[in-house]
Design a protein around this ligand. Structure first.
Ligand SMILES: [Zn+2]
Length: 322
């Protein structure tokens, strides 16, 4: 029996150049196969099926369930605060050293936002809340992290504020709404972006850091590319696909930067060999910073070259509400 034809791409409307792509779950190594549709017109993948439960997407070992770092060692928390100050644009020698040693793309993308101490900042899909806690320590006075999988929420009125909720349930007014690798986990990007538009003050900024399908890694690895992360990612975008999504909203694209890392190579090589990301042998288990692992250096260098050619496998898009 021939499967029914794929419905048009919800991002760009293309109805012709669509192909099914079957992707195996490899983070936990269940090996189950999930179907995506590839749109050649805007360079995107979208989840097709089968229908899936939250438990199947996010089993109990999923990292965002980890407690947020209220209980982390005071010195580490203090250093993270210094690092956030540096990342947000202050001159901070110690924070700068920590920042450059322990590469973290979420911090890397802050400077361009030109945050003020009083900026109302929302981090959607904040995971364990490390960025929110660090920004608060750095002196930002109005920081909120939201995630439906937060382990616990002390008080919704404390600072930093943590909300165990979905983006659709959030209300209020913000200057900055950030998605650090969470936008691709949401099933309806168009509705999400309209909601963000309502949450932002005029002139407010939205940051979307997300995997990039229009990349060397996708061309080289295809269904084994680590950042598809089936079945957790509903959409894998590209600059073109995000551009199509933003086109009929009240946002303008101010800037796009490519910030891929060595992960695109070593993660995809694991998947090609059938090794789950969480396997004992996986480099993901190492606590050593990537910068101090000699075998990672050539891969980081390769990633930097791809980023310069706008061909890295993740990007950050900065939007402004007009
Ligand atoms: Zn499309």
């Amino acid at each position: 029996m021939t499967p029914p034809p794929l419905t048009p791409c919800p991002l760009c409307g293309n109805a012709d150049d669509l192909l099914p792509v079957d992707v195996r779950e490899m983070m936990f190594g269940s090996g189950r196969v999930y179907r995506y549709a590839h749109c050649a017109a805007c360079a995107s993948l979208r989840y097709i099926g089968p229908p899936i439960s939250g438990e199947e997407q996010y089993p109990s070992g999923y990292y965002v369930h980890a407690p947020r770092p209220q209980g982390t060692r005071p010195l580490a928390a203090w250093l993270q605060g210094r690092r956030a100050r540096h990342a947000a644009g202050s001159r901070e020698l110690l924070g700068g050293i920590v920042h450059h040693l322990f590469t973290d793309r979420a911090f890397d993308s802050l400077r361009r936002l030109k945050l003020q101490a009083s900026s109302a900042i929302l981090d959607v899909g904040c995971g364990n809340g490390r960025l929110v806690a660090a920004l608060h320590r750095a002196g930002f006075r109005n920081v909120t992290g939201a995630d439906p999988f937060l382990a616990r929420v002390a008080s919704e009125n404390a600072q930093p504020r943590f909300l165990r909720s979905d983006i659709a349930e959030i209300h209020g007014q913000f200057d900055v709404v950030m998605f650090h690798h969470s936008f691709e986990h949401l099933p309806d990007p168009r509705a999400t972006l309209s909601h963000v538009e309502r949450l932002l003050r005029p002139g407010g900024q939205c940051l979307i850091a997300t995997p990039n399908l229009d990349s060397q890694a996708w061309r080289d690895y295809g269904a084994e590319w680590v950042q598809i992360d089936a079945p957790r990612h509903y959409f894998i975008f590209s600059a073109r696909a995000l551009g199509a999504l933003v086109a009929d909203t009240g946002f303008v694209i101010e800037h796009i930067r490519h910030d891929s890392t060595a992960f695109q190579f070593w993660g995809s090589e694991l998947y090609r060999r059938g090794i789950p990301l969480t396997a004992p042998a996986s480099p993901a288990r190492s606590r050593m910073p990537e910068r101090l692992r000699p075998q990672m250096l050539p891969l980081s260098f390769k990633a930097a070259l791809l980023n310069r050619r706008n061909d890295g496998d993740q990007l950050v898009m900065y939007l402004r509400k007009i």
